[in-house]
Design a protein. Structure first.
Lengths: 396, 372, 47
């Protein structure tokens, strides 16, 4: 298969400048982020966050960690679809998904170094003193191992770019092991992030709290990953079109169709197990409260409706509908994680004692996300992620 | 699961030459019932005796060498607001005005040193540990600052030094572990002028509490707070007002914190082992299906080829047959033509010799000549 | 193993610690056994 070399971006031909809108905005955010970083490590967490003794976790955990991990799930889901379930035509979706996952998890660890009191001690639980009774230990171990797996899973693209043929050959031999290990690790830590809250039943609202929380987090991570793959591709199609080769362009629609079908079904199954969770704890009465309304907004509005949209989109073979359902689902996942960790957490406390993020916390989060987007753009421009490297056509 | 001396010697005797004691101990372990460190210490807080003088707060501050507070400890105006323990204050006294009570009620709040602490279960570096004295102890040399212990504590006790950029620590009551080890009592217990705090072995304190409640049934709520909450605490309370009016939750249940995540943790090794099996299996199945599909495809192609070949051969055969019969017919025709031509010629040559036309060319052949 | 556990916490730390070690064993032993099992199959494709 002949792959024409990707055309240079039209904007570069026109302006030949570094000051594109994207660069200006992301550059500004990054500069502010650097200032905030200095603040964090000279004045401490208290100087820039609204965290306190009653609300020790804020959006750096609720969004950066919990949502970051859930939305990076596209890596293991796409690998599973392609290499375990045998959907060979998903091949093109694998590299972008693995890159997103790798950057996602890398940034989660990066974000943790802001939130945690002594980030240089992050290796302690794994190498020095293992608190094996803690779910957080398991999360830490899995994230650490998975970050390494992702790095290795992504390395073929880097090796192709560097033209290190032997390294590329070697890594190809172990890629199956990596895929399987990656799926196992992902199952564990996705579910364990939910299990973290099992330790505090007294602080999470009954509608969100359930013994099934680990299952909820795991299942939702699957359709979160699928939606992110579709959503991301719609952005790449819009802003990085010139990097896509023909195979990617054509196959990605099939990927979107396939994921839409699976996600729709999974999401309905997820709603079913949520209902079962309520039934098992006999929490029906809470549905008729204001919190109940909020719960229904999340489950019906941000899981049920997009699921139906996915279904219609698949039946009508309508990509636009599917893409809309995808980012709607992504919002729903974010809402779910924020609900469990921040909104429905400490729900019994009076408003005056509740937590709202400070602008500096929000800015730091934005800074971290921006780094991810910029890194993605750079890597995708340089390395064979959205196209097959001409020297390695079959290995892609 | 403490073994008393009596049991030990008894078993030693019985164990000579018999396995029975060994077996019975193993059986006992299988029921997994834990009763905490035997002889651990605790404090009983008699809320009805507290007058809100805050001398315990001052003592705690002094004993732990904490920084001097902004508002001095003899200021009782602070009691107008509900406070919670914070970085520089391991304990606080709060004032409550429950309905149907003439006087205010004062409650001292600090770490309850649970038998099965949620914070110890939560800590992924073992920076928090439950010691045999009953104290829940914090090791600042291990703490990473993740603050999961603060999330986990159902009583919202651990505080954090958010304004410390490099060496922030979790802070909470230590049960004056260093003093206990020197056979002294915690600073707050010593300082209390009303004997609202009693230090002793947990089992004894429960007895004392029960006795007081029985002796003054109109005074006390019939409940020892901390006896069973979250699996039990080393800090116990008896009160002259409902606990829920004193910001002390009664909906925490009696399940110890570690048991809450025990199930999720137990799933981990099983998921790993089974996923290795299932994922490999699924992959093998899908590869095998591919293989079978390939084989079926090849078979179908071969079968088609065979049929085609057969048809082809049949056609060839038919064509050959046709060619042969045609050839034979052609040869016959030619022979017939030649013979007729010869007969014709003969007829032209010999019209005088005989009146009969030669009908049959064969008669011209020499052996068969019948002419005169 | 007659280690005496006074608290559920001690028991869990001990048993879960062993469980994690067993996970390590499983991750090595099971794939090795799989290779033994499938060694005579036709050569598989690697990606």
């Amino acid at each position: 298969m002949e792959h024409p070399a990707p055309a240079p971006p039209a904007s570069a031909i026109r302006q030949n400048t570094v000051f594109t809108p994207f660069n200006i905005i992301s550059g500004t955010i990054i500069i502010i982020g650097c200032v905030l970083t200095v603040l964090r490590f000279t004045k401490g967490i208290g100087a820039m966050t609204n965290l306190n003794d009653t609300n020790p976790w804020g959006i750096w955990i609720g969004f950066d960690l919990l949502c970051g991990v859930a939305l990076a799930a596209g890596g293991y889901v796409t690998c599973a679809a392609c290499y375990i379930f045998g959907f060979k035509h998903f091949r093109c979706a694998v590299r972008p998904a693995v890159l997103t996952a790798f950057l996602g998890y890398g940034l989660v660890v990066f974000a943790l170094s802001y939130d945690v009191g002594r980030p240089w001690r992050l290796p302690y639980p794994i190498f020095l003193s293992q608190g094996t009774s803690s779910i957080l230990f398991e999360v830490a171990l899995c994230v650490f191992l998975y970050l390494n797996v992702l790095m290795l899973e992504f390395s073929p693209a880097a090796f192709e770019w560097l033209n290190w043929k032997y390294a590329r050959y070697i890594i190809g031999k172990v890629s199956m092991v990596l895929v399987i290990f990656g799926i196992i690790l992902s199952t564990l830590h996705q579910s364990s992030l939910g299990a973290l809250f099992l330790l505090v039943p007294s602080k999470v609202h009954p509608l969100w709290l359930s013994g099934y929380l680990p299952v909820y987090f795991f299942i939702s991570s699957i359709f979160a990953g699928m939606s992110m793959v579709i959503f991301e591709h719609s952005l790449v199609e819009r802003f990085l079109h010139h990097k896509l080769d023909l195979e990617h362009e054509v196959e990605s629609n099939n990927v979107a169709m396939g994921f839409a079908k699976s996600a729709a079904f999974l999401m309905m199954g997820y709603i079913m197990i949520q209902l079962i969770g309520i039934a098992m704890d006999n929490d029906w009465k809470y549905l008729f409260t204001r919190w109940g309304l909020w719960y229904l907004v999340e489950i019906v509005g941000f899981v049920g409706l997009p699921a139906i949209l996915f279904a219609i989109g698949f039946r009508e073979q309508n990509i636009k509908l599917i893409q809309m359902a995808a980012w709607w689902t992504v919002l729903g996942i974010v809402l779910n994680r924020l609900n469990i960790s921040l909104i429905a957490f400490n729900w019994q406390l009076p408003l005056a004692q509740r937590y709202f993020p400070s602008w500096m916390e929000i800015m730091t989060t934005l800074f971290i996300v921006t780094i991810g987007v910029v890194a993605f753009k750079i890597i995708v421009t340089l390395m064979p992620v959205l196209y097959a490297h001409p020297d390695f056509p079959d290995d892609h | 699961m403490g073994i008393t001396r009596r049991q030990f010697f008894g078993w030693m005797g019985a164990a000579v030459g018999s396995q029975a004691a060994f077996a019975s101990q193993a059986k006992a372990a299988a029921t997994n019932h834990f009763t905490g460190h035997p002889g651990s210490f605790g404090v009983l807080h008699d809320i009805s005796r507290c007058i809100g003088c805050r001398k315990c707060e001052a003592a705690c501050n002094q004993v732990n060498k904490l920084p001097a507070p902004e508002i001095p400890f003899d200021d009782r105006a602070v009691l107008g607001q509900i406070r919670r323990p914070r970085a520089e204050a391991y304990t606080v006294v709060n004032q409550f005005k429950p309905k149907n009570k003439p006087a205010a009620v004062f409650v001292k709040t600090q770490c309850n040193h649970c038998l099965e602490p949620a914070c110890v279960s939560a800590c992924f570096v073992k920076a928090l540990t439950k010691s045999k004295t009953g104290a829940v102890v914090y090791d600042a040399s291990l703490c990473v600052g993740c603050r999961y212990c603060m999330i986990a504590c159902p009583f919202d006790i651990p505080a954090y030094e958010y304004d410390n950029p490099f060496t922030p620590e979790i802070t909470k009551c230590t049960l004056c572990q260093p003093r206990i080890e020197k056979n002294q009592r915690p600073g707050c217990v010593d300082a209390c002028p009303q004997e609202a705090l009693t230090f002793g072995a947990r089992e004894d304190l429960i007895k004392i509490a029960g006795q007081r409640i029985d002796k003054y049934p109109d005074r006390y709520e019939k409940h020892i707070y901390g006896e069973h909450e979250m699996g039990g605490c080393n800090w116990l309370y008896i009160a002259n007002a409902p606990f829920t009016d004193l910001n002390m939750r009664e909906d925490l249940g009696i399940t110890p914190a570690p048991a809450l995540t025990s199930g999720a943790l137990a799933a981990v090794p099983v998921v790993v082992s089974l996923w290795v099996v299932f994922i490999n299996g699924l992959r093998a199945i899908s590869k095998r299906k591919e293989q079978i599909a390939e084989e079926e495809k090849i078979q179908a192609v071969n079968a088609a080829v065979e049929t085609e070949k057969g048809r082809f051969n049949l056609e060839i055969k038919q064509i050959k047959e046709k060619a042969r019969t045609e050839k034979e017919a052609a040869v016959e025709k030619e022979v017939k033509k030649a013979l007729e031509a010869a007969a014709q010629t003969l007829n032209e040559i010999k019209p005088a010799q005989t009146t009969e036309p030669v009908k049959n060319a064969e008669t011209l052949l020499p052996e068969k000549q019948e002419n005169t | 193993m007659e280690a005496d556990f006074n608290t559920l916490q001690e028991f869990m730390t001990h048993t879960k610690g062993i469980a994690y070690l067993l996970i390590g064993v499983a991750l090595v032993a099971l794939p090795l056994f799989w290779r033994f099992l499938t060694a005579r199959d036709e050569k598989k494709q690697t990606f």
